[in-house]
Design a protein around this ligand. Structure first.
Ligand code: NAD
Length: 320
């Protein structure tokens, strides 16, 4: 069994608090240092979890790996510092606030042969893992991720919500899209100027597969749904309730002379393959990548496609 890793966690905000809990609970790692410029928050959280606090990234000589959950604007500088010290990096999404920076970070990880992962957390949703286990040959994917307005997040929905389903569609279909079409909506007076509240996106794939992805933060309740259509099956995934239903149409006919209609459909409800919390599963994967149980090169290659799509989608902000 691999030695327990000493982890530095950067960022003690909403996501950082969850990462801190997961790292502390892991038997593969220990939270050695928590980095956040906000002393009151950072020191308090570090002390509660038995870690040291630092206002900025320390020298990493006695650290085995780093998790970055700081504000996105800080990702680029932090990622370069970590990778230049040859430390494996799990960085929250998006990798950086600019596609050129994201590419530079991924290239640096490649050149220095250092493992890098991005916090595309829905990959580890138990319902997604269950759907993947049942997957055949997906032709058409639709995803809806709608939320009521959250005053805390005033930047656009493309990076906040859309990226997750773009990433899922790419992984389910198994290739990067050949075409991206999208339309943005700007509605809420409290949003940062130019930040989209709605993003509708269509992806076309080389093999003919199609995905339609809808993200909105002007909804009235939370919807997280994913439908995967194959030639003779529909796999419906509720990411919120974390369940999967598979439909197979058998026959249909009308009843009598009126408009009544009868349909026969086989409904299958597979048992969910895991109950592990996504953040815990993601951290376990990070350990697998670091220890060589999973391919670091393959993991790295999965990061850029969704970032390229979202960058393309938000390029329309200026012309909107
Ligand atoms: N994977 C997901 O589903 C998901 C969900 C929400 C947020 N995120 C991502 O997580 C990151 C953090 O989001 P959040 O909601 O926790 O934000 P937040 O505002 O709650 O916390 C950000 C923290 O980063 C700290 N910080 C800022 N600059 C820093 C620096 N240079 N070094 C260390 N700490 C620094 C801030 O003091 C703050 O405590 C963002 O990149 C966001 O996009 C991912």
């Amino acid at each position: 069994m691999a030695a327990v890793k000493r982890i530095a966690l950067v960022g003690a905000g909403n996501m950082g608090a969850n990462h801190a809990r997961v790292i502390s609970q892991s038997d593969q790692a220990t939270l050695a240092v928590l980095v956040d410029p906000r002393e009151s928050v950072g020191r308090d959280m570090a002390e509660r979890l038995g870690a040291a606090w630092a206002p900025e990234l320390p020298d990493l000589h006695d650290i085995d790996a780093v998790v970055v959950a700081a504000a996105t604007e800080a990702h680029y500088g932090l990622a370069l510092e970590v990778l230049n010290q040859d430390k494996p990096l799990l960085i929250e999404k998006p990798v950086a606030d600019d596609l050129l920076h994201t590419r530079e970070i991924l290239e640096l990880a490649d050149t220095r042969d250092v493992p890098i992962m991005c916090g595309l957390l829905e990959r580890y949703n138990p319902a997604v893992l269950t759907a993947r286990a049942a997957l055949g040959d997906p032709l058409h994917v639709t995803a809806t991720r709608h939320s009521p307005y959250a005053p805390r997040i005033r930047t656009g929905v493309a990076w906040d919500l859309l990226v997750h389903d773009v990433d899922l569609a790419i992984n389910l279909i198994g290739s990067a899209p050949a075409s991206v079409d999208s339309r943005l909506g700007f509605f809420h007076p409290n949003s940062v100027p130019g930040a989209e509240d709605v993003a509708e996106t269509l992806l076309g794939f080389e093999d003919g597969a199609v995905a339609r992805i809808s993200a909105s933060r002007v909804g009235q309740h939370k919807i997280r749904s994913l439908s995967i259509y194959e030639l003779d099956r529909l796999i419906e995934v509720d990411l919120l309730r974390r369940d999967v239903t598979i439909y197979r149409h058998v026959s249909e006919d009308s009843i009598g002379d009126g408009p009544s209609y009868r349909q026969q459909t086989i409904i299958e409800i597979p048992e969910v393959v895991t109950s592990v919390e996504p953040l815990t599963a993601q951290f376990a994967r990070f350990n697998d990548v670091i220890d060589g149980r999973a391919s670091a090169a393959a993991e790295r290659a999965t990061i850029l496609p969704s970032h390229e799509v979202v960058d393309h989608v938000i390029s329309q902000r200026v012309t909107a």
